[in-house]
Design a protein around this ligand. Structure first.
Ligand code: ADP
Length: 403
């Protein structure tokens, strides 16, 4: 086979399209691959301008491209190769790699274009990009799902911790309450013994004095029994109040009432518990109507006054009430044993008893209860005292408006 035939065979059988044009852009030859790519019969395109195989804008501009190159010699595509769009007979466009070379024949110059169809490559690339984007989106979605899950987990964790803390708190509270109760049982069994044995011996003595008809002695022992019962009642009441306060079930329910009348009632109530050399006075300043929880006020005052009676042998016990525009001030004053400077800081602590009170019956609960009642009313309690001269407890309760 001669060289020309061999070259022809190669061109005829090439997979890539090969088209030659003359200097004006007129198609001179195209191999079967090129015809197949553009879906034309060779006879349909030979002799036509190459621009029929191009979509816009190349279709309209191709003549200028050639003219430009021939005028300036600037190569935009020749010898470079580029990715361009082709237009098939059916009008559909497709991407291909075009490499153009300039061939100088004996009598003229022609241009040869090799067309390598990259439709499938582009489709694969497109599919790959799409897949990639989908993958990225999926990763992003999974990541955000993961973040959500972590967030939820954290929230659940925090809630669980909160619940745990709540349970721990209530357990501690219950433990404290149990300790309080068992401490009280120990204390009560001790504190109850004296008044109970006094009551027992007094009843025996009353029976005996009845036999001999000694009414004075009988009355003395009846009074003693009354005092003992009062003491026992105080202990029980203190404990009940404390239990209720601990459980947080003491309501602050204010209502309008006459505070002076209440002070007078308390005076009457306390009269029978006074010792022989004690007197009780009641002083009032300002308007008489107040808006407070009457029960709480009564409890506070009874507690302070019974202490004043208990911790003094003689002298005046004074309850004073002053109602001002902003607050209500109560003071309970006695001339009793007083409280030492060292003991003062602990006075409102539960179960605390001052050193000079060892021989006097008591549980150390009363002032703690008073303090908690005062707190409940957003008030303030203070104390002035001098050993062997007496004590004054002052309570200030802010006024609240009638709503
Ligand atoms: P209790 O009287 O049952 O001991 P309180 O809590 O009422 O308990 O009082 C605590 C302590 O404060 C008392 O034990 C006592 O030492 C001291 N105290 C309270 N009131 C007075 C008072 N008016 N004068 C002297 N000491 C007092």
């Amino acid at each position: 086979m001669d060289n020309e035939s061999r070259l022809k065979a190669i061109i005829e059988n090439a997979i890539d399209g090969i088209i030659t044009i003359d200097q004006r852009g007129i198609i001179e030859t195209l191999n079967p691959a090129a015809a197949a790519i553009f879906e034309y019969e060779p006879t349909e395109v030979i002799g036509k301008n190459i621009s029929i195989l191009m979509p816009e804008p190349d279709h309209s501009n191709h003549d200028h491209y050639i003219e430009n190159y021939q005028r300036t010699g600037t190569k935009k595509i020749i010898g470079i190769g580029r990715e361009v769009l082709g237009k098939k007979k059916s009008g559909t466009t497709f991407p291909f790699l075009l490499s153009v070379s300039e061939v100088a024949l004996k009598d003229k110059i022609i241009y040869t274009g090799i067309i390598h169809d990259i439709t499938q490559l582009k489709e694969a690339e497109h599919a790959f990009r799409k897949l990639n984007t989908e993958l990225e989106e999926r990763v992003q979605q999974r990541t955000s799902e993961l973040f959500d899950a972590i967030k939820q987990l954290k929230e659940t964790n925090a809630k669980q911790k909160e619940a745990e803390a709540e349970v721990r708190k209530s357990l501690e509270k219950e433990k404290e309450l149990n300790e309080l109760k068992s401490r009280f049982v120990t204390l009560a069994s001790h504190e109850f013994r004296t008044p109970l044995s006094t009551i027992l011996s007094s009843t025996t003595l009353i029976a005996k004095y009845e036999e001999i008809g000694d009414r004075d002695k009988m009355n003395k022992h009846i009074d003693r029994i009354k005092t003992c019962v009062a003491e026992l009642t105080v202990i029980l009441n203190d404990f009940l109040s404390l239990s209720k306060l601990e459980e947080g079930v003491v309501p602050n329910t204010p209502s309008e009432f006459n505070i002076y009348m209440l002070a007078k009632d308390i005076q009457d109530e306390m009269q029978s518990t006074l010792k022989e050399k004690q007197t009780f006075t009641c002083v009032h300043k300002g308007p008489e109507t107040v808006y407070l929880d009457k029960n709480i006020i009564k409890n506070i005052l009874l507690n302070l006054i019974s202490n004043a009676v208990k911790y003094s042998e003689k002298g005046v016990i004074e309850l004073s009430v002053a109602v001002t525009n902003v607050n209500i001030i109560f003071t309970v004053k006695d001339e009793g044993i007083g409280i030492s400077e060292e003991d003062k800081p602990f006075l409102f602590t539960r179960f605390f008893r001052a050193h000079n009170a060892a021989n006097i019956q008591g549980t150390g609960l009363g002032l703690n209860i008073v303090k908690r009642y005062v707190d409940l009313l957003s008030g303030h309690i203070s104390l002035e005292s001098k050993m062997d001269h007496g004590s004054t407890f002052t309570i200030e309760i802010p006024k609240i408006s009638v709503s």
